[in-house]
Design a protein around this ligand. Structure first.
Ligand code: NAI
Ligand code: MG
Length: 398
């Protein structure tokens, strides 16, 4: 469809390498769009004191959809040291542009599908009965609330007096921490709102219904974290009963879920959790399907802004290799999620089929798929480059 425009945010390190590959695949698969590049990342922190310039926010505001590579973040002292000398001591403080994007556009729904490709040597295997080896097919889609919980940044070390007094008003605080000197206290607040909890739950249930999943698993800890996890579980029960009665609702605790990860991962379909447990459980499942080279994600706001990105970071170690070695599949899969979102399921299907064919055949593998250490020599030792892997996927498009 003509007239579609997409903001490309390469970012830092391998971000631009993998993003280029995704665009090559989109073009080759016949996806028609205009691409507009947006500035984001370390370079803009150093030169402008802002890794997420206003002009980039405006671009995304206008075009609504972005494909994002990855950015580099560094600790505060390094950030200060690398800032343009002309900008030093002018009050610039580094903060992650990813978190900035999430907050600015309220990208509260994060979706991380973890599906194993047949023939991927990195797939999880386990011992079956009689010394057999089982390779369960993983098809889990994690819905992670993306803006609240322990990541909302409401935290203090040595909390101010009004906060301290409020804490002292809670009987359990008084009993267990009441005698701790205030300057020895660090507090991070776990906040859940009804509105955002309802949105992530409904998104998970709707996805299950639309994509033929039979269950939704709430992965929290309601027996202990009774207010926040408890609210999510209670709302999940109501939503299931009132709107999605045909979908089975399962409750697992995050700790037990991580244990079950290696016992029965094939039994989970759609999983929904708050920000922190969603982060943990999605990384856990991603590990079963090949790790960072395969983990894709999408983030959505209520008013139609969507950002698609691989879960991995900028892998700066590998950014300057004359022949890039990283796996482009996580980025290409993220682009497929964008196509699904745009209703281009035929194109995304053909790209996923092409990836599946390449992986199944097993002739062409990036270094991670060969369990090699990432070094320039991997190419001489039989791994293919990022570009070659992309070429191979493109050659299989039908
Ligand atoms: P990372 O994801 O960049 O790399 C960790 C390791 O995973 C790499 O050393 C490499 O062995 C492997 N890896 C990553 N992507 C791969 C790919 N496509 N193919 C094959 N192997 C791959 O995480 P790290 O090293 O913790 O962080 C590096 C930088 O990235 C930091 O500055 C960090 O702040 C940033 N970061 C950015 C994220 C984002 O943009 N969404 C997410 C995570 C980290
Ligand atoms: Mg993570």
């Amino acid at each position: 469809m003509a007239g579609r425009s997409i903001v490309l945010l390469p970012g830092d390190g391998i971000g631009s390498i993998v993003l280029d590959q995704a665009v090559r695949v989109l073009d080759a698969a016949g996806f028609d769009a205009e691409y507009i590049y947006g500035d984001i990342g370390w370079k803009y922190w150093c030169s402008e004191g802002n890794p997420l310039p206003e002009r980039t926010l405006k671009l995304i505001q206008k075009h609504r959809i972005a494909l994002f590579g990855a950015i580099t973040s560094k600790p505060n002292d390094e950030a200060r040291a690398e800032l343009d000398p002309a900008l030093q001591d002018r009050g610039f403080v580094y903060s992650s542009p990813i978190v900035g994007l999430r907050q600015y556009f309220n990208l509260d729904i994060c979706v991380r599908p973890c599906r194993s490709y047949k023939g991927n040597p990195l797939n999880f295997i386990r011992r079956g009965s009689g010394n057999t080896i089982e390779e369960p097919r993983i098809d889990a889609v994690i819905f992670r609330q993306n803006t609240e919980c322990l990541y909302s940044g409401v935290e203090w070390t040595n909390p101010p007096d009004n906060v301290y007094q409020a804490l002292q008003s809670h009987p359990k605080f008084r009993k267990n921490f009441g005698d701790v000197p205030v300057d020895e206290l660090s507090v991070s607040v776990r906040i859940f709102t009804k509105k955002a909890t309802e949105r992530i739950l409904k998104a998970a249930f709707s996805y299950a219904r639309e994509n033929g999943y039979k269950s939704v698993t709430v992965c929290e800890k309601p027996n202990v974290v009774r207010e926040t996890s408890g609210m999510m579980w209670k709302m999940a029960r109501e939503i299931q009963k009132d709107i999605f009665p045909e979908i089975k609702l399962i409750n697992t605790n995050i700790d037990a879920q991580m244990m079950w990860l290696t016992k029965n991962p094939e039994e989970y379909g759609v999983i929904v959790a708050g920000n922190m447990f969603g982060d943990i459980v999605s990384d856990g499942f991603a590990g079963l399907i090949g790790g960072l080279g395969f983990a894709c994600s999408a983030q959505y706001s209520a008013d139609g802004v969507a950002v698609f990105e691989p879960t991995h970071g900028s892998a700066p170690k590998y950014a300057d290799y004359s022949t890039p070695i990283v796996n482009p599949i996580a980025m290409i899969e993220s682009a497929c999620m964008m196509l699904d979102y745009l209703g281009e399921k035929k194109i995304s299907g053909s790209i996923r089929d092409a990836i599946a064919e390449v992986i199944m055949e097993g002739r062409v593998r990036t270094y991670d798929m060969m369990k090699m250490q990432g070094r320039p020599e991997v190419i001489d030792n039989g791994a293919v480059s990022t570009i070659r892997m992309t070429d191979e996927i493109i050659s299989r498009l039908k």
